[in-house]
Design a protein around this ligand. Structure first.
Ligand code: ATP
Ligand code: MG
Length: 335
């Protein structure tokens, strides 16, 4: 029996390079080896976008098209919508008894995200909602409702997976061994930095290069990217390791990046020329993705059918699993 892979993305914007190199490259490999459930996490997206349902709704289709355009095969991957699997919401309620508020407040990913979302949750997180604080619980429900054992993610997700494993262990110790502890799978690039040099490129951080960005947008973003501030003149030697342009060369211009590094250190490479070379490499890298995406944009009914079929399969898996879970919890009434 093949194991289940479960992973998810929040429909809060389009796919960016962080997703692609941090998580999606692994999806492409794993889709050939496992039963792959890919969740479009619309309920989780609402935790910090509760007042903007239009944004979440629109991005469900956007992100599904992005995922298809990078080469995920709908015959191998079940794309499903979190909100359409009520078992996930049920499990979230059951699990919420097994987690302390203090433990959630200590979760490093939650802490970082609360600090980044001062506009919604206040300067010191004083307006944090019950829903946002509890999203790791709902994420544990996502994974275990679909019997996910293998979870490909970027490294910002590791504290969330650790918390999920704790919930699984606690559940099994009380109600009996039924849930499997999920294992993460990390990509070679575990975390992609943002254009602003931030440790993480993120949709909510406004520092991303999106797979759908057009030539003009990419040119603007790369021309404004941060380089070594000590390099004043074109032929000053510089330190590529603190330069965001070199950083992205390493992702999309692998064959030439050694040369980029050498020339930069020797002072044989001006920043403008270096940025222009990166723009070209980026556009070449994105070209086949954009072509595939165009097909799906013109066949939106196909996209909807992929979501419908995937959700049906996910629902079947969750319903079957939930029967056994409720039995263990002694809430399997036959009234
Ligand atoms: P948001 O800001 O709305 O949370 P996000 O950019 O963090 O959006 P998610 O949908 O939360 O994207 O994450 C989807 C997956 O992509 C997760 O597995 C996450 O670890 C991974 N990921 C997101 N950003 C990066 C990044 N910069 N580097 C590596 N992996 C990333
Ligand atoms: Mg995120």
């Amino acid at each position: 029996m093949k194991k289940n892979v479960l992973t998810g993305l929040r429909p809060t914007g389009n796919l960016h390079l962080g997703h692609y190199f941090g998580a999606c490259q692994n999806y492409l490999k794993l889709q050939n080896e496992y039963n792959f459930f890919l969740e479009i996490a619309d309920v989780q997206a609402l935790t910090d976008n509760f007042n903007n349902p239009e944004k979440v709704r629109k991005n469900v289709y956007e992100i599904t098209m992005d995922l298809l355009s990078i080469g995920l095969d709908p015959n191998k991957v079940d794309f499903f919508l979190q909100s359409q699997i009520p078992e996930i919401a049920e499990l979230t309620v059951f699990y919420s008894n097994l987690v302390t508020v203090a433990r959630l407040e200590r979760n490093p990913t939650v802490k970082t995200e609360i600090a980044q979302k001062k506009d919604i949750f206040g300067n010191n997180g004083e307006s944090i909602t019950y829903g946002f604080l509890g999203y790791p619980v709902s994420q544990a429900a996502d994974i275990t409702a679909l019997r996910g054992e293998v979870v490909p993610v970027g490294d910002d997700q590791l504290p969330l997976l650790e918390q999920c494993r704790e919930i699984v262990r606690k559940f099994n110790s009380i109600y009996g061994e039924i849930l499997k502890e999920p294992q993460q799978v990390l990509s070679e690039t575990t975390r992609v930095k943002g254009l602003d040099g931030n440790d993480k490129m993120g949709k909510s951080l406004g520092n991303a290069i999106y797979l759908v960005d057009d030539e003009e947008t990419i040119t603007k973003k790369i021309m404004a990217a941060i380089t070594d501030p000590n390099k004043i003149k074109k032929d000053d030697p510089a330190n590529p390791h603190i330069c965001m342009v070199y950083y992205y060369h390493k992702l999309v211009n692998k064959e030439h990046c050694e040369n980029v590094c050498k020339e930069c250190k020797e002072g044989n490479r001006g920043c403008v020329a270096c940025k222009k070379e990166l723009i070209k490499a980026m556009l070449d890298f994105l070209q086949p993705i954009k072509e595939k995406r165009k097909y799906y944009e013109e066949h939106i009914d196909e996209v909807k059918k992929i979501l419908r079929d995937g959700t049906k399969n996910a629902k079947k898996e969750a319903t079957d699993n939930m029967k056994n879970i409720k039995q263990k919890m002694m809430i399997d009434y036959d009234l």
